[in-house]
Design a protein around this ligand. Structure first.
Ligand code: BEZ
Length: 213
């Protein structure tokens, strides 16, 4: 196990899942991926998290993102739990849940933090781009369900800033003004990239309408 950092390649693995054996890189294909762990099946917070992920299927698909969950329970338990998730959350789980009974994926991605939770995975998130590069990580404790709108917001920011010389300010959401990267100073390029203009509040703080809107 090594600590995975932003910019590292997402390690490949083969593991059982509710949708059969997953060869991770092959399964990911050319999509973005949200690989996220949760502590256990048949637990309340996890049930709401997986339900929320299923409910946001259209939003993930719109962005070219495939979600995939992981926990250390076996596949037969996962399958029974999916019925409960669908029933209680009024949704249809339509993404794989990895059955990581031997903890190989959890170990590879450092998802077990024994001082927080002895043997189960904590709530880790890895946002992985189509080149299999880890672009975002975050980790929540078992007691705190994640905000899946925030995951989508981060993906919006990554996909925008990959294609335009901008960054997204605090609490930005798709459609809000963005900041121009400080390294861009050439007046001709500024005019070409930002035809709607920009507001230079400070020389380093230049706000502009979102360029792809
Ligand atoms: C839950 O998903 O509700 C949960 C799981 C483990 C510990 C605490 C809560």
């Amino acid at each position: 196990m090594t600590t995975l950092r932003l910019g590292d390649s997402a390690p490949d693995f083969t593991q059982d899942s509710t949708e059969g054996t997953i060869h991770f890189h092959e399964w990911a294909g050319k999509s973005w991926v949200v690989l996220f762990s949760h502590p256990a099946d048949f637990t309340p917070v996890c049930t709401t998290e997986l339900g929320k992920t299923a409910a946001l299927a259209t939003e993930f698909a719109k962005r070219g993102v495939k979600p995939i969950a992981v926990s250390v329970d076996p596949v037969d338990q996962h399958k029974k739990w999916i019925d409960d998730i669908n029933d209680t959350q009024k949704t249809t789980v339509n993404f794989p849940i990895i059955a990581d009974a031997d903890r190989s994926v959890a170990t590879l991605y450092d998802m077990i933090h024994p001082k927080a939770l002895a043997t189960q995975t904590v709530r880790s998130v890895f946002i992985i781009d189509p080149k299999k590069v880890i672009r975002t990580t975050f980790t929540y404790p078992a007691s705190t369900g994640r905000n899946f709108d925030e995951i989508l917001r981060v993906i919006d920011s990554l996909q925008l800033t990959d294609n335009h010389k901008v960054a997204t300010p605090a609490n930005w959401k798709d459609g809000d003004d963005v900041v121009i990267v400080p390294s861009l100073q050439d007046p001709a390029e500024l005019a070409q990239r930002f035809p709607k203009g920009f507001n230079a509040i400070r020389p380093y703080l230049r706000m502009t309408p979102q360029p792809n809107k």
